[in-house]
Design a protein around this ligand. Sequence first.
Ligand SMILES: Nc1ncnc2c1ncn2[C@@H]1O[C@H](COP(=O)(O)OP(=O)(O)OP(=O)(O)O)[C@@H](O)[C@H]1O
Ligand SMILES: [Mg+2]
Length: 239
Amino acid sequence: MSSPAIVVDGLTKRFGAAEALRGLSFTVGRGELFGLVGPDGAGKTTTIRALAGLIDPDGGTVRVMDVDPRSDAAREQIGLMPQQYSLYGDLSIGENLRFFGQLFGIPKKLYAERIARLMEVTRLGPFMDRRADALSGGMYKKLALACALLHQPPLLLLDEPTNGVDPVSRRELWALLQEFVEQGMTVLVSTPYMDEAERCHRVALVHQGRKLADGPPAELARGYASFEELFIARTEEAV
Ligand SMILES: Nc1ncnc2c1ncn2[C@@H]1O[C@H](COP(=O)(O)OP(=O)(O)OP(=O)(O)O)[C@@H](O)[C@H]1O
Ligand SMILES: [Mg+2]
């Protein structure tokens, strides 16, 4: 049996007086669509930054695809779409993609094939010459997603990817994530939205740097009127 895609065990992280993570533990299986669900300040971004090897935890351990996320070996394993994604606003879609392609050292022929496929799935193809700062919120996110996927990572981390995105683009983004998972990718996505949590195979409910519960959303919601009711009840209990 292959090892899990993500193992987080007893993770703690403090920023001055703020305890962002207080002993967070969860596991994500290979090929899962996993939701990190919680309100503002729950610790979602801090967790994703630890998974991407961008911060040093104060305590606990993190493994992604069987490696330390801070090791060189992790780079090709992880695709990251941060909450505040900065693309080059004065570069076009095509130029941004070329920049990231070169950053990852993707050979020319492979690059052309991948771009063709990514432009097809994101439907950004007709807008290749448009400057990034002239894109709608949804298109900008799709470009960010395409940049994160260029090196074809087996694990994709997305931090609130649909924040500020219109409902149609939101649905399209989720359809894309589901397609990636069907092709074998592992996807971890953070969200404060209950309807998005319900689209995941499994979720971890996070509040004030701790996990309140985890499991398949329908199973967690059993005994409650809805998944949203469950979340509200559990966060109130935790206060
Ligand atoms: N660099 C930092 N310096 C100080 N405090 C921080 C820093 N990063 C995070 N925090 C604090 O840690 C806690 C968790 O923050 P985090 O950004 O991980 O939450 P989040 O779940 O991503 O929230 P949001 O939904 O608003 O993005 C918050 O109280 C936040 O203020
Ligand atoms: Mg965040």
